[in-house]
Design a protein around this ligand. Structure first.
Ligand code: MIC
Ligand code: SF4
Length: 645
């Protein structure tokens, strides 16, 4: 029987496990990446493992998130990461070199390789035919140390692309259409594999926009074939020698197939406050807007920016609009500067930002109160922009640019001829912002610089025989990691300082949570379905751990967050009867009388609600390895104990 792209790459990297959906498989990881908001913690964990040098083919530490240096904290953390990289054998991408996913695609991605990154949008690499996963920092640390990466074997969803995008319709509309059809839960447990004659009409950066936002579908990852289009992109990056063709066999069997006709697509927008709240731009109508932001790892490639420049050329941004533009990488920025497009963007009145995540993660450019912001980004969760009551719409660069000029949400198909921009035959290649690691001989004498912002991270304890705690917080469906552990310019600098971060835990849902958690000596969190969607930040597990959360009981989990809870030693439990969720109120006393024994035995967990005199069955959907980890109180405790004897 023929194989799909994902099955081929998995088979070539399989360390253990059977490739049947739902089974745990362990994969050899060729490349890793980190960014600075998760990287500091990942490297602290790597250091705690006592390994001398990374064992991957390539590991890169990027600085792109925490680039607002409002105080010493971020700069200190950058120094820490830079010195760690030099000592332990990683490449270091300096601040100013661009957003990790964009730079990795340009300079390091190789078809057929595996990549994990401490950022949920790592599947961007699927655009170049890699199998790339977002993971918690600890999983990345383990992979850097040569350990395998474990996931449940996903089901394979083939998206069969036909036709060709019409003028003014772009790759962003492809993924928004999938979000409209499938929702933010539609990709859970799946790898989305694109193919069909329509796939061949999309460039690598366009493919990367689509695989990037597979994260918003909840997919394990997304991948395109590595074909002649991929070869041409790699050639233009001066990396043709790294190209290999990776395509699905004609008789490959998929678990599901979905048809998508590119020619039928129209410009779309994801309305507040979820990436799957998608409507046609024409249907929403001429909504008055306050801000437009163009950039992020979803839409900041050379062609995206060139289109924006062409639309803005010779015009002026509407008086009611503040337009911010952040190119995705130094390569893109440099090329725009060299060919004059940057001058067109500046002349139109755009506020040009450094090439970094910036407003996407609330690092500046928060909209005005109740402001309407159009963004080419991938997430529009409540409060993520830094303004709680702002309404963020996710759109393509084309919609963003024409709307910035008109001052209202505008369907670009009403704007005349669409600018035609081709991928260059040769990109401007200059890797001078990548610092190479020291040689192994040199490395041993190097010291790692640690600033005062770096505080020890919390460790769990062995799972006790029984747990008795109050339900300290009850939340609804689709709780994101931005709810659990918000980001933004005020909080992000403290990603290596868990005690400080804890003051903001669940602030979006309930500002009194941290105080209450402390007073109660911890507790149990109860939630709805798709709990923990969004970011890979393990801080959404480490901070609750610090505040004494012992278990999270929900209707269902998002994949990366569940893995982060287990790594941290917090029990991820699922209601066997979803209706039992309704029965529990915040403040109820919950008891798991035999929890250790039940987890060890691999069965369900019994939870008694003392306040209501009711008993619930909870399942712990974990592999044998994960159960063992929970018994030890998390991955680090398990590694330590095993190494000691
Ligand atoms: C995000 O887009 O939410 C982030 C910031 O890139 C996160 C990582 C983080 O929280 O540091 C992600 O997507 O994983
Ligand atoms: Fe950065 Fe935004 Fe991409 Fe996250 S989603 S990596 S914050 S640009």
């Amino acid at each position: 029987m023929g194989m799909t792209i994902a099955q081929k790459i998995i088979a070539a990297h399989l360390v253990s496990g059977e490739m049947t959906p739902g089974n745990e498989i362990a994969l050899k990881i060729d490349q890793t990446l980190t960014q600075d908001a998760t990287g500091t913690m990942a490297y602290l964990q790597f250091e705690a493992m006592g390994i001398e040098r990374v064992k991957t083919e390539l590991s890169v530490a990027y600085i792109d998130h925490n680039t607002l240096q409002n105080g010493f904290e971020n700069a200190d953390d950058h120094r820490y990461i830079q010195t760690v990289a030099k000592k332990y054998g990683l490449r270091f991408s300096r601040p100013g070199n661009g957003i990790c996913h964009q730079v990795h695609l340009e300079r390091f991605g190789i078809p057929g390789k595996t990549l994990i990154g401490s950022d949920s949008h790592t599947p961007t690499g699927g655009g170049i035919g890699m199998l790339a996963f977002g993971a918690g920092g600890l999983d990345v640390a383990v992979a850097m140390g040569g350990g395998a990466y474990c996931i449940e074997m996903p089901r394979i969803l083939r998206v069969n692309l036909t036709g060709k995008l019409s003028p003014w319709v772009s790759a962003k509309d492809v993924i928004l259409e999938l979000l409209r059809r499938l929702s933010v839960k539609g990709g859970v447990g799946k790898i989305i594999e694109y193919g069909g004659e329509g796939a061949a009409t999309l460039s690598v950066p366009e493919r990367a926009t689509i695989t990037n936002m597979g994260a918003e579908l909840g997919a394990t990852t997304s991948v395109f074939p590595a074909d002649e289009v991929t070869r041409a992109f790699m050639k233009a990056q001066g990396r043709e020698a790294d190209f290999i063709s990776v395509t699905a066999d004609a008789d490959a069997v998929y678990d599901e197939v979905l048809e998508l006709d590119l020619s039928a697509l129209k410009p779309l927008a994801a309305c507040p406050h979820s990436p799957d709240n998608v409507k046609a731009v024409a249907e929403i109508g001429p909504l008055k807007i306050d801000q437009v932001c163009i950039g992020s790892c979803t839409n900041s490639s050379y062609v995206d920016m060139m289109k924006v420049a062409a639309i803005l050329k010779g015009k002026t941004v509407a008086p009611n609009v503040s337009l911010a533009v952040a190119p995705g990488s130094k390569q893109v920025f440099n090329m725009l500067a060299a060919n004059g497009a940057l001058a067109d963007i500046i002349a139109a009145g755009a506020r040009v930002l450094e090439c970094a995540c910036g407003p996407c993660i609330g690092m500046g450019q928060s909209p005005n109160s109740a402001g309407v912001s159009l963004r080419t980004f991938n997430r529009n969760f409540t409060g993520r922009s830094g303004t709680k009551d702002a309404g963020v719409y996710l759109v393509s660069p084309e919609v963003a640019a024409v709307s910035a000029l008109s001052g209202v949400l505008t369907d670009p198909t009403t704007c005349g001829d669409c600018p035609q921009i081709e991928l260059p035959e040769a990109f401007l290649v200059n890797d001078n912002m990548i610092i190479l690691p020291a040689s192994p001989e040199e490395a041993s004498s190097l010291t790692v610089e640690r600033g005062p912002n770096i505080k020890p991270f919390p460790l769990s304890e062995k799972l006790p025989e029984s747990i008795e705690k109050t339900c300290i917080l009850k939340v609804g469906d689709n709780i994101t990691t931005d709810h659990i552990m918000p980001a933004g310019s005020k909080i992000l600098p403290y990603r290596s300082n868990i005690p400080y971060l804890s003051k903001f835990c669940f602030a979006v849902c309930d500002e009194s949570f941290p105080e209450r958690a402390k007073e109660a000596g911890g507790g149990i969190v109860v939630g709805g379905s798709n709990y923990g969607q969004g970011s890979s930040r393990e801080h959404a597990a480490l901070v609750p751990l610090y505040l004494g959360v012992k278990a999270v009981v929900v209707k269902s989990f998002a994949r990366i967050h569940k893995a982060n809870l287990i790594n941290s030693g917090i029990l991820p439990l699922v209601f066997a009867e979803p209706a039992d969720y309704d029965d529990i109120d915040q403040g109820d006393v919950l008891v798991m009388p035999n929890v250790r024994e039940e987890i060890a035995a691999g069965g369900d967990v019994t939870m008694v609600n003392k306040s209501k005199d009711r008993t619930y069955k909870l399942s712990c959907e974990c592999s044998a390895r994960q159960r063992e980890m929970l018994l030890y109180g998390g991955l680090i405790n398990m590694m330590k104990e095993k190494n000691n004897g």
